[in-house]
Write a new protein. Structure first.
Length: 144
C-alpha cells in the first residue's frame, strides 16, 4: 500500500462534482453534523447506478475499489481504500438528503436525520446506539 493524496475537503468536493449520488453516513456523518465522536473511516450510501462516477472521483486521491462496478452491484457493497478506507453500500436515500457546507464552497450530502438514524440501527453495536441517542437529541434540537 502506498500513501494517497487524500485531503478531506478535496475528497468531498470530488464526490459532489462527480454527480455521483453519494451520502456520507456512519460516524463521519455525525461529525459533519457537529456531533463529537471519533472514527477512522468513511462510510457512504451510493446510488447503485453511480459506482463508476464515484470511483472515478476518488481515484486521483489514490483510492481504489476492491471490486468492479459489476461485482459491487452483485455484492451490494464494496470498499475503496489505500491509506484511507471508504466503505460503500447502496440504497435510495438520495431524495431525502440534506446538504452541509463542510468547507468554503464544498457541499457534502448526508441522509435526512431519520434515514441516518435508520442506518445506525442496522449496525446494532453499542457505538451505533450511542450515535442514535445523539442524533435523536439533534433532531429534537432542530425541531420539526
Amino acid at each position: 500500500m502506498e500513501g494517497s493524496l487524500f485531503e478531506e475537503a478535496d475528497f468531498f468536493r470530488a464526490i459532489a462534482e462527480s454527480g455521483a449520488r453519494g451520502l456520507l453516513i456512519g460516524r463521519r456523518a455525525l461529525i459533519a453534523l457537529g456531533i463529537p465522536v471519533l472514527t477512522v473511516d468513511y462510510d457512504f450510501w451510493l446510488h447503485i447506478d453511480d459506482i463508476a462516477a464515484f470511483n472515478a472521483a476518488i481515484e486521483p486521491m489514490g483510492l481504489y475499489p476492491t471490486h468492479s462496478p459489476e461485482e459491487a452491484r452483485a455484492r451490494d457493497r464494496y470498499v475503496a481504500e489505500n491509506d484511507e478506507r471508504i466503505d460503500v453500500a447502496f440504497d435510495d436515500l438520495w431524495p431525502r438528503r440534506r446538504s452541509l457546507e463542510v468547507a468554503a464552497g464544498v457541499v457534502l450530502a448526508v441522509p435526512a436525520l431519520p434515514d441516518l438514524i435508520l442506518t445506525k440501527r442496522f449496525g446494532g453495536r453499542p457505538k451505533d446506539f450511542e450515535g442514535i441517542r445523539l442524533l435523536e437529541a439533534l433532531r429534537r434540537e432542530e425541531g420539526p
